[in-house]
Design a protein. Structure first.
Length: 107
């Protein structure tokens, strides 16, 4: 008799978990904002590849700061953004990169 009562309680709990919990926990939807652009330049006395990498990294950091200031800290991650564009160029003495992306969040 105790065993049947215990099994009935477990069954009710499982039904609650299967039916009620998904209704309580909101589905995570990706929310994106309008595209944001930022740029940076590097004239470091390094190789062309190093200058370009530094310019790109600085441009992404600038993008992150601009997004954080505009939309809030949840949108600041470049890795979660969509429609990422990176355009780098320059001369033998400096490199400049322009980045653009739509900031997104999963919350």
């Amino acid at each position: 008799m105790r065993r049947a009562s215990r099994l009935a309680k477990i069954a009710v709990l499982l039904i609650f978990v299967v039916i009620a919990v998904p209704a309580i926990v909101p589905a995570q939807a990706k929310t994106c904002k309008d595209a944001v652009s930022a740029q940076a330049r590097s004239a470091a006395q390094l190789s062309d590849a190093s200058r370009e990498k530094r310019a790109k990294d600085k441009a992404i950091a600038n993008w992150s700061k601009r997004v954080r200031d505009t939309y809030g800290w949840m949108y600041r991650f470049w890795s979660k953004s969509e429609a990422q564009k990176v355009d780098c160029g320059g001369t033998a003495k400096f490199k400049r990169c322009l980045v653009s992306a739509k900031p997104c969040t999963l919350w």
